[in-house]
Design a protein around this ligand. Structure first.
Ligand SMILES: *[C@@H]1O[C@H](CO)[C@@H](O)[C@H](O)[C@H]1NC(C)=O
Ligand SMILES: *[C@@H]1O[C@H](CO)[C@@H](O)[C@H](O)[C@H]1NC(C)=O
Ligand SMILES: *[C@@H]1O[C@H](CO)[C@@H](O)[C@H](O)[C@H]1NC(C)=O
Length: 148
């Protein structure tokens, strides 16, 4: 491998490992799925507008914005917030039912029992709980997979 191609690869390595380290800071971050049309996708880049490392992966979804604003820290406030406005709070979407345990989870993740994620915290998914005034199509305008 030439020196030149080695230098080109370095940013990519940092780039992918940044995602992986952020995922560890989000409860069930590696287990989030999203069903678009009829396709079930494992959404690895939970704070971003695309599922993987394609498209415009630097662009954050609403949960990613909130996570960044919280200094990449899982807090009770972030857990109780409903970043994608769909009527289900982030904690419930991620399977983190008791938000008061956020700081406990940060220091000792294995001490908090997580449940299966109920949704995607950064994609507005219409349910019976979605407020009438929320238009998920508008909220999801930047998310290609949500355009069915
Ligand atoms: C997703 O689902 C649509 C509609 O069923 C299908 O046409 C498309 O090929 C699927 N895409 C992938 C990547 O599986
Ligand atoms: C994030 O960190 C900055 C710099 O340390 C600090 O000013 C800010 O208050 C922090 N924000 C939150 C939400 O903790
Ligand atoms: C959440 O956890 C705290 C601390 O363990 C506990 O006191 C509280 O009862 C729990 N709340 C729920 C709803 O389980």
């Amino acid at each position: 491998m030439s020196l030149y191609s080695t230098l080109l690869l370095i940013p990519c390595v940092f780039y992918v490992s940044a995602y992986e380290s952020y995922i560890d800071l989000i409860p069930n971050g590696e287990n989030v799925k999203y069903t678009s049309c009829s396709n079930l996708t494992n959404w690895q880049a939970v704070g971003h507008v695309t599922a993987g490392y394609t498209g415009n992966p630097f662009q954050r979804n609403l949960f990613g914005e909130a996570f960044a604003a919280a200094n990449y820290t899982w807090t009770a406030d972030l857990c109780n917030a409903d970043s994608d406005m769909d009527g289900m709070k982030n904690g419930d979407e991620l399977g983190f039912i008791n938000c008061t345990l956020a700081s406990v989870w940060r220091t000792d993740p294995s001490s908090v029992t997580l449940t299966t994620p109920e949704g995607h915290p950064g994609i507005c998914e219409v349910t019976a709980d979605t407020p009438a005034g929320v238009n998920c199509d508008s909220v999801n305008a930047d998310i290609p997979a949500a355009q069915c």
